[in-house]
Design a protein around this ligand. Structure first.
Ligand code: GDP
Ligand code: MG
Length: 296
């Protein structure tokens, strides 16, 4: 019908556009206190993703009754700028009564949708709306090796309705390899039994290729992670790890833990997908609900 049209030039245009404008990506860490959330924020920033980062990060405090703390680094690679923000949350579970401990977290996530919505419905809206919406919420499961606790199930069930939840087994170095594997299977079963479909959700696989790739990830979720913010010398190389009596647990070594899988999922292989689902599914749901509410 047509000769060669050359529509693939659009790819270059998209590239150039992304390079000019950059993009934002926001991660949140959630879970009981003491599970290594703050350490993981540092691990993410210190690991390979951002070692090349050119700008030092700045910190921004969100003054509220809940002390959520967001750290942003601008990471630039080959001319592409990513503004990566990780929001650390205070741990819950210190109180005897943990009822509604999810509320400040859910409220924060919804507040970011609300902010975006308000910008979007302005008559003179910005060409590029600042995006503080949480694209991925990393949920820390305590390394008990037994079952998911009712609190974790309830928290994830609620989070899962409004954002992409990526559960991880915290402090995996405290479990043996067999314990990790067994615990992982129990968690997968538990989540399924409770109808909690964490990211990547089967419903959102676009095609057979997607399904194949995501099935592999679903088998490995929750990733058994270890966090560290100190560097050590191993064979003359600097590695990020935890020093123990028996040696150094290297967090970026796939033979030692699954932190590299978590990082790659979030920041490499599924970044755009996480952003798309946030915008097209979670934000859309919020938007429809809010606009119905104001125009019944
Ligand atoms: P948060 O309360 O969830 O933010 O936990 P922190 O990041 O403050 O960590 C609590 C303690 O656990 C600190 O002493 C950390 O050094 C330690 N920790 C953090 N990550 C790990 C891990 O992966 N394995 C082990 N064994 N300890 C960890
Ligand atoms: Mg902390």
């Amino acid at each position: 019908l047509f000769g060669y049209v050359g529509i693939e030039a659009v790819l270059d245009q998209m590239r150039i556009k992304t390079m000019k404008t950059g993009f934002e990506f926001n991660i949140m860490v959630v879970g009981q206190s003491g599970l290594g959330k703050s350490t993981m924020v540092n691990t993410l920033f210190k690991s390979k993703v951002s070692r090349k980062s050119s700008c030092p990060g700045y910190e921004e405090r969100i003054p509220k009754t809940v002390q959520l703390l967001s750290v942003t680094h601008v990471i630039e690679e080959k001319g592409v700028k990513m503004k990566l923000t990780v929001t650390d949350t205070p741990g819950f579970g210190d109180q005897i009564n943990n009822q509604n401990c999810w509320e400040p977290i859910l409220e924060y996530i919804n507040d970011q949708y609300e902010r975006y919505l308000r910008e979007e419905i302005l008559i003179n809206r910005k060409r590029k709306i600042p995006d503080t919406r949480v694209h991925a919420c990393v949920y820390f499961v305590p390394p008990t090796g037994h079952w998911l606790r009712p609190l974790d199930l309830e928290f994830m069930r609620r989070l899962n309705k409004i954002t992409n939840v990526v559960p991880v087994i915290a402090k995996a170095d405290t479990l043996t390899l067999e314990e990790r594997a067994e615990f992982k299977q129990r968690i997968q079963k538990d989540l399924k039994a409770h109808g909690i479909h964490v990211y990547p959700q089967e419903d959102f696989d676009n095609d057979a290729d997607d399904r194949l790739l995501n099935d592999k990830i679903r088998e490995k979720i929750p990733f058994a992670v270890v966090g560290a913010d100190k560097e050590h010398q191993v064979n003359g190389k600097k590695v990020l790890g935890r020093k123990t009596k028996w040696g150094i647990i290297e967090v970026e070594n796939p033979a030692h833990c699954e932190f590299p899988l978590l990082r790659d999922l979030l920041i490499r292989s599924h970044l755009q997908d996480l952003k798309d689902i946030t915008h097209n599914v979670h934000y859309e749901q919020y938007r429809v609900y809010r606009l119905h509410e104001s125009n019944p």
